[in-house]
Design a protein around this ligand. Structure first.
Ligand code: ADE
Length: 226
């Protein structure tokens, strides 16, 4: 799988995508992640990428031309399955959408910024808009990093334990059951006896009950979908 990301703040993306599972997946050539600075495509003086909005007050808006140049340059070389714009107005990102996107081959993500982007970009140059939640970030870079992180860990070979991604919270609309490690007792706080029992069937049953119980208590909205 390949991601290309268009941003005016490449530094903001580099670190979150340079560690742990994503780093290993890149090293294992399971995924390629290419970050492109929109400024490099600006035809304007001082590599300008944003300007004041027409008939509006307040913040700067990303201009269409540098984005158009960047997207046409990339699409002349690569066929994208999706060209995504990160925005709080988009469809909500969740595990189901992550699963769906993990089956694609090439994804281009355009990171929104501050007061938005010239609306013609949204009308003519992208295939979908995605939000990572009902809150407003200063830009789309962290949203892009969240989506890439979430999708990459689903790719075959990214996680050593194949079953691990499948048993994540949300894969079946259930939160994950609690996990523990050594020591079996700390400060008088004991690991539940069942987990030390060696009775695999009873342990699986306990995990399911815990997952249901936690979902009911913490996320009744998910529980009602079960
Ligand atoms: N840009 C600003 N806020 C965002 C959000 N919640 N999701 C995606 N992109 C964003």
């Amino acid at each position: 799988m390949r991601f290309d990301v268009l941003t005016i703040l490449p530094e903001l993306l580099q670190s979150p995508l340079s560690h742990s599972i994503v780093k290993r997946a890149v090293e294992r050539k399971i995924v390629e992640i290419h970050i492109h600075n929109i400024r490099n495509y600006s035809p304007y003086k001082h590599r300008q990428v944003d300007d004041y909005p027409y008939a509006g007050k307040g913040g700067m808006v990303l201009m269409i031309e540098p984005i158009y140049q960047a997207i046409t340059h990339l699409t002349s070389q690569i066929t994208y399955d999706e060209i995504i714009y990160t925005s709080p107005d988009g469809e909500l990102f969740n595990q189901k959408l992550a699963n769906e996107l993990s089956l694609k081959k090439n994804i281009l993500i355009l990171c929104g910024h501050y007061k938005g982007v010239d609306h013609r970009v949204r009308e003519h140059l992208i295939t979908r808009e995605i939000s990572i939640g009902d809150y407003v970030l200063t830009g789309g870079e962290l949203a892009a990093a969240v989506m890439i992180d979430c999708i990459v860990r689903l790719l075959p070979g990214a996680i050593n334990d194949e079953m691990s991604a499948l048993s994540d919270s949300f894969q079946d609309n259930l939160l994950a059951p609690p996990v523990y490690t050594r020591p079996a007792e700390f400060n008088g706080w004991r690991v539940p006896d069942i987990l030390l029992s060696g009775n695999d069937k009873a342990i699986e049953q306990w995990k399911l009950e815990q997952a249901i119980e936690r979902t009911k208590k913490i996320r009744p909205d998910l529980f009602n979908k079960l």
